[in-house]
Design a protein around this ligand. Structure first.
Ligand code: ADP
Ligand code: MG
Length: 686
């Protein structure tokens, strides 16, 4: 093709090479291989093709209803074709008395079969059948269409390309053992059949082959990365469980650990004692008790002569961690300090000094801790809480703070379905706390309309009069959105009319407040001086006030599932029965209704994550967005889970027999991976 059209393909569809063109897959096929008889046309047939003669044209209607209608017939009956646009072009190009092959969506008008704006092409009765093959439909852009490079032309190009290439041009990359085990067609055949299938069966086989290839290769790459890290990366060695850990465990641990917490600690101990750098993702639902695991892990570092650091995504959360941890450690000879953006310069200096000299063992903070000025003497363990708020680049800066990279534990309370986690974070090791501490009462969640607000407020009052506290959350989609703040302030005023001072006191917290004001309001709620916390989602993650037993979420239709789940997780943390009230307007979209339904029917974060995945697709799942790992060309991480399992099992078996891919049979796989290197930024993850 000429340079101009080639340029257009590059710009519009990123097609630079033959291979790119081959990998532009059709998103559906149209079946024009069959010709229907008019007599057989029935409602519900969708797209049909008929071979007909045009009997006569008539111009009907006025204005917007103006249309050209053609009476057409085959040997079995008559029907109508209709055009609302391009009428004069049709009148010029279609001729009464001539025969045409006509394709389009079947409708019925006054019980007469009809196709509006059909595709037509001249037809002679000798051509008994339609096309020889299913016609691929490609995603073309408007621009391409206007330059004569629409779906049809793309199909022609691909067809021409496939006519010129041979088996040797599309070499097999999977080993024979995999091909026969998974019963896959060859790569060459798959490319042919996915574009121009000889049957539906062949088409499905081609799609399966290419999806499995995609999933298999992704899984394989990540397994190789992980085992490389296990074998070659150097990590500081925590080879003993020492005095601080043991003393704390025996004397100051306020409760028995759950089985899941113990298991995770064992996994961390094994990792950090292995001489390799630990790179572990810890998932645990809200309230599952990750903080204590973090603390014990940091004590492990201290016992081995290293410093540890815990990073939280917000100042509120960092302060809260600091308060919790320093009070748990108050009888212990372990130094803990807090560093955030609002730490005063003088305090900062002192802190930096003791950090550099090694007197300060545990540092808790916001991303202030990754600033250049902060230098550790012997940093051995970094824990990142609620990781989805931390960028990859920020995490990478931590590596530079010690000669041997510190162990990394990433904790997240936004559960990701397990299959997804393994696919997205395949090169991280993975632990999960899948058990809540004993004695938790399930949170009762209800949906109420805004018109029922006064009932809700009465309920709130009853709870508060029993000595409990409540949150009322307002949506804040954009930090900068003025309207949202107006809503918040108006909401605050409304709440005040229900709960007047001095009988009741209300805290208000939002992102625009100065840090000290935020802190003061938060603190008053924590200590119980205020009974109600009116807030935006700044309190979404981590905040722990066990006496709070009611969570009211205003305009909850505006929140996503994982956010709702996080917010709900702020209550149900104490001994009292807790409630979550989802307030909405009276008009709800389907998705919002579905989200509310899910929230009122389960409080299991993993279950919610699964539903979220089904509702929104993987691209939007918190924490996976930046990974880029979940965007496959063909495979769909939700619908193709059985294939993911198949691919995973095949990779495991392959690597068990030949971990370095050195056998003759696996050579083509190895060289394919090497060719592909650099095409994808897998290293982005860790
Ligand atoms: P999250 O995993 O959401 O960070 P936290 O670590 O804040 O959860 O723990 C939630 C609450 O559960 C805290 O009040 C904590 O003291 C308590 N907790 C944690 N582990 C246990 C346990 N094994 N038994 C009883 N209570 C626990
Ligand atoms: Mg937490």
């Amino acid at each position: 093709m000429g340079p101009q059209r080639a340029d257009l393909l590059k710009k519009e569809l990123n097609i630079f090479t033959f291979r790119d063109l081959l990998e532009l897959f059709p998103y559906r096929h149209v079946d024009k291989t069959r010709v229907n008889l008019i007599r057989d046309l029935m409602p519900g047939m969708d797209y049909v093709q008929v071979a007909v003669k045009i009997l006569r044209f008539s111009l009907l209607g006025e204005g917007r209803a103006k249309r050209l209608v053609a009476q057409v017939a085959d040997s079995t009956g008559t029907m109508e074709l209709a055009w609302f646009q391009g009428i004069s072009w049709i009148q010029k190009n279609l001729v009464e008395g001539q025969s045409y092959l006509v394709y389009g969506r079947l409708g019925f008008f006054n019980q007469m079969p009809q196709i509006v704006h059909p595709e037509t092409e001249p037809w002679t009765p000798e051509k008994k059948e339609g096309r020889e093959f299913l016609e691929p439909v490609y995603p073309a852009t408007e621009k391409l269409k206007t330059r004569n490079l629409g779906g049809r032309q793309l199909a022609k190009l691909t067809h021409a390309l496939l006519a010129q290439i041979h088996e040797k041009d599309v070499q097999e990359n999977l080993p024979d053992s995999i091909l026969s085990k998974l019963q896959l067609m060859s790569r060459y055949q798959a490319f042919r059949q996915i574009h121009f299938p000889s049957s539906n069966v062949q088409y499905s086989a081609a799609v399966r082959r290419l999806k499995l290839e995609e999933l298999f290769l992704a899984q394989l790459r990540m397994n190789l990365l992980r085992s490389k890290r296990h074998r070659f990366s150097k990590g500081v060695v925590f080879d003993k469980v020492g005095e601080q850990f043991n003393t704390f465990y025996k004397k100051y641990l306020p409760f028995d650990l759950t089985g899941a917490q113990k298991r995770v600690l064992r996994e961390i101990r094994n990792d950090s004692g292995s001489g390799k750098q630990m790179n572990r993702l810890l998932q645990g639902d809200v309230g599952s008790g990750k903080t204590i695991v973090a603390l014990l892990t940091m004590l492990l570092a201290v016992d081995n002569g290293y410093q540890a650091c815990l990073m939280a995504p917000t100042e509120i959360l960092a302060k809260q961690h600091f308060a919790t941890i320093s009070s748990l450690l108050k009888e212990m000879p372990v130094n803990v300090e807090l560093l955030t953006g609002s730490t005063k310069t003088s305090a900062r200096k002192k802190l930096a000094k003791s950090l550099a000299e090694g007197n300060l063992e545990i540092l808790i903070g916001t991303h202030a801790v990754i600033e250049e000025a902060v230098q550790f003497q012997r940093l051995g363990m970094v824990i990142i809480d609620e990781q989805h708020r931390f960028g990859v680049a920020q995490r990478a800066r931590l590596w530079e703070k010690a000669e041997i990279p510190p162990h990394i534990l990433v904790m997240t309370a936004t559960p990701i379905p397990r299959t997804l986690a393994m696919t997205a974070y395949g090169d991280l090791d993975y632990s999960v706390i899948d058990e809540l501490p004993p004695g938790r009462q399930p949170i009762t969640t209800v949906h109420r309309f805004e018109t029922q607000r006064s009932f809700v407020m009465n309920f709130l009052q009853a709870e508060i009069d029993k000595g409990r506290q409540a949150y009322i959350i307002f949506p804040l989609i954009e930090e900068s959105d003025k309207l949202d703040y107006e809503n918040l302030y108006r909401g605050y005023e409304t709440v005040k009319t229900y709960f007047p001072e001095p009988k009741y006191w209300i805290s208000m917290v939002h992102g625009r407040q100065p840090a000290d004001q935020k802190e003061q309001n938060m603190q008053r709620f924590v200590t119980g001086d205020t009974q109600i916390m009116v807030s935006t989602t700044v309190i979404e993650v981590g905040v722990n006030v066990p006496n709070a037993s009611v969570m009211v979420i205003e305009s909850s239709e505006k929140f996503g599932l994982s956010q709702l789940h996080q917010l709900r997780g702020r209550v149900g943390r104490g001994a009292e029965k807790s409630y979550c009230v989802l307030l909405t307007g009276s008009k709800l979209g389907n998705d919002a209704r579905e989200r509310i339904k899910i929230m009122t029917s389960t409080s299991n974060g993993f279950e919610i994550a699964e539903k979220d995945l089904e509702l929104r697709g993987p691209g939007d799942i918190e924490g996976t967005r930046q990974s880029g790992m979940l965007s496959f060309k063909l495979a769909n991480i939700v619908e193709d889970r059985p294939l993911i399992e198949e691919a995973k099992a095949a990779v495991a078996e392959l690597l068990e027999n030949d971990p370095d891919l050195v056998s003759a049979e696996n050579l083509r796989l190895k060289s394919f991976l090497q060719q592909q290197k650099g095409k994808m930024a897998w290293s982005k993850i860790s």
